[in-house]
Design a protein around this ligand. Sequence first.
Ligand code: CP3
Length: 347
Amino acid sequence: MTEAKTDKLILRALRGEVLPVPPVWMMRQAGRYLPEYRATRAEAGDFLSLCYNPELATEVTLQPIRRYGFDAAILFADILLICQALGADLWFETGEGPRLSTVTTGAELAALKPASAIHDRLAPVYETVRRLSRDLPRETTLIGFAGAPWTVATYMIAGRGTKDQGPAHALKAADRATFQGLIDLITEATIDYLSEQVKAGAEVVKLFDSWAGSLKGDDFTDFAVKPAARIITELKSRHPGLPIIAFPREAGEGYIGFARATGADCVALDNSVTPEWGAAHVQVDGCVQGNLAPGHMVTGGEALVRETRHVVEAFRNGPHIFNLGHGITPDADPENVRLMIDTIRGA
Ligand code: CP3
């Protein structure tokens, strides 16, 4: 690794360094709250065409970097692209979200492609990563990502987003072999997918387990901790020193020890836990990321300034990457993002 790369603030925080000002980026930082994103998306036609267009996906990834100077850029793609690469149908219903062909039987699982077959479909994503690693400012860290197996499986089983992940829990109870087979297939595909992103230039990878909060007891161990541990162990053996962020969203007590149990270098916290709790129970094991409530990007004002300072203060004695507790929403005001960054950096 060159000097310039290891000097990047995000990489330093991920190595456990306590910095005077935490580096910052934002989940969904390239998104509909930005007029320039809406314009490029209109040019692409629809969301999936944007994801598979390296030129335009590179452009939208760079937009929030140009506007705000975030310390990291996250590849513009989606956690559900891998489902399509495994042979599922995927489309987005305007105003409603993702729709997929479902996997609820052993026969449907067997009809999916093997993990090794995903790369043709995902080649444009790797090309986007290559372009970004060439075009980003030298101080900006490039983050690749994938969905964690449980979260991806909840969409593949239900064919859409669900409030309580009911269909996935039902398959887990009714046909454990098919459910486990799907988790294992996604796990192996995710290793290969992230590994290709790293070869293309991603410097950090993040695993999004957005629905980890609905896994309780042994299920949390079996389907949030174990797949993450397998993915992280294998990625680190293929790419020694690769920093990895895990986000078992709404894990609650499950956040405690998650970094040790999985090998993650950083645990991202949602805003259902207080920063004080996160500092006491999670930051004791290493770097944490988070966890300002995304609603402040809509409401702004004094409360935004106060809560931003609160998050910075609570995590100031350990390694910390500032972020929201979940993605910024389309109704956010871009000026509030500026106010958050100025508050963090003390401008
Ligand atoms: O963070 C970033 O800026 C990078 C790109 C990114 C997107 N999705 C772009 C996107 C990332 C990292 C994701 C992750 C993702 N996608 C997750 C995990 C994180 C989380 O939010 O919990 C999940 C669950 C998905 C699946 C997904 N994609 C849903 C449920 C939806 C529809 C809901 C919504 O917000 O519209 C999407 C669409 C999506 N992915 C958009 C973006 C910018 C909006 C699409 C549009 O432009 O219309």
